[in-house]
Design a protein around this ligand. Structure first.
Ligand code: GLP
Length: 242
C-alpha cells in the first residue's frame, strides 16, 4: 500500500486529482469508480478546472458511482446522482450514457443491484476506484458488518452515518434515508486500482483503525489492505494518529 501524507488538505486533493487525471489521460478506455461526500467536492473542482483549461478530456471515460440513497431520485438535490451532476458531470464532456449511478428508486432494488454489477462487468471492470471513508469506517455505504466478498446490494444505514450525512438534510438525521444501494466490498476490491482520500482531524481515528487495526468486517475500510494496488492520500491532520 502506498500511503501519502501531505501538509495540507489542498495538497491531498491535488494529488488525488492528478491520479484521476492520469487514468483519464493515459488509459484508452478509462473506467472510473466515483465517490461522493465533502472530501470529493474539492477533487471534482480541480478536475473541472483542468477540463476547462483543456488539459483533460472525458470523451472516452465511463463512470460508476459507489452508492445512492434508496428512495431519492436523480432530481432530488440530496441524491448522489444530483451531487455528481452538480459537482462534475454537468461541467465536463460526459454524456448520460457514460454515467452510472445506482437507481435508488428502482421498482426492484435487488434487480437494480444485479444490473449494476453486470454493467460494471460489461464495461471491463473499474480501472481506478476513488474512495472516501465514513465515521463508521465504511467505504461506499458498506456499514458494519460488511463481508469482504459482499456485492452491490441494499444496506441499512448506521445511525452514526445518518448523523454524519445529515448536513444535506437540514441537520436532521431522521430525514436521511434509512437505506442505500452500495457496491459491495468485494465489488470495490475488484477495481484494478484503489485511491482512498481522507483529510481533517475528524478522520484521524478511523483512518488509524483502517490502516492499523485488525482486518475485520466491522471496519470495511480495512479491506483495502488486501488490495495489490492501493494508494491512500491523507493530509497531516487525518494522519495524526496513524
Ligand atoms: C458518504 C459516502 C461515502 C463517503 C463518506 C465520507 O457516507 N457514502 O462514500 O466516503 O460519505 O464523506 P465525507 O467526505 O463528507 O466525510
Amino acid at each position: 500500500m502506498n500511503i501519502i501524507v501531505t501538509d495540507s488538505p489542498e495538497q491531498a486533493f491535488r494529488k488525488a486529482a492528478d491520479m484521476i487525471a492520469c487514468e483519464v489521460l493515459y488509459n484508452p478506455h478509462p473506467v472510473l469508480g466515483l465517490a461522493t461526500g465533502r472530501t470529493m467536492e474539492s477533487i471534482y473542482r480541480l478536475l473541472v478546472k483542468q477540463y476547462e483549461a483543456s488539459d483533460l478530456d472525458f470523451a472516452a471515460t465511463t463512470s460508476f458511482n459507489l452508492d445512492e440513497y434508496v428512495g431519492l431520485s436523480a432530481t432530488d438535490p440530496n441524491s448522489y446522482r444530483y451531487y455528481m451532476q452538480e459537482h462534475l458531470f454537468e461541467h465536463v464532456n460526459m454524456s448520460t450514457s457514460q454515467i452510472h449511478v445506482p437507481n435508488g428508486i428502482a421498482a426492484d432494488l435487488d434487480l437494480e443491484c444485479a444490473r449494476y454489477e453486470a454493467a460494471i462487468e460489461k464495461a471491463g471492470g473499474i480501472g481506478l476506484q476513488l474512495l472516501g471513508i465514513g465515521e463508521t469506517g465504511h467505504i461506499g455505504f458498506n456499514e458494519p458488518p460488511s463481508a469482504f466478498n459482499s456485492r452491490t446490494r441494499v444496506v441499512h444505514l448506521d445511525e452514526i452515518t445518518r448523523r454524519q450525512n445529515s448536513g444535506m438534510f437540514g441537520n436532521d438525521p431522521t430525514r436521511v434515508p434509512e437505506h442505500a444501494l452500495t457496491m459491495g466490498v468485494g465489488t470495490i476490491l475488484e477495481a484494478r486500482k484503489l485511491l482512498l482520500v481522507a483529510v481533517g482531524k475528524g478522520k484521524a481515528a478511523i483512518v488509524d483503525d483502517a490502516l492499523n487495526g485488525p482486518l475485520n468486517e466491522n471496519v470495511s475500510a480495512t479491506a483495502i489492505r488486501l488490495h495489490q494496488d492501493c494508494t491512500v492520500i491523507l493530509d497531516n491532520a487525518a494522519a495524526s494518529i496513524w
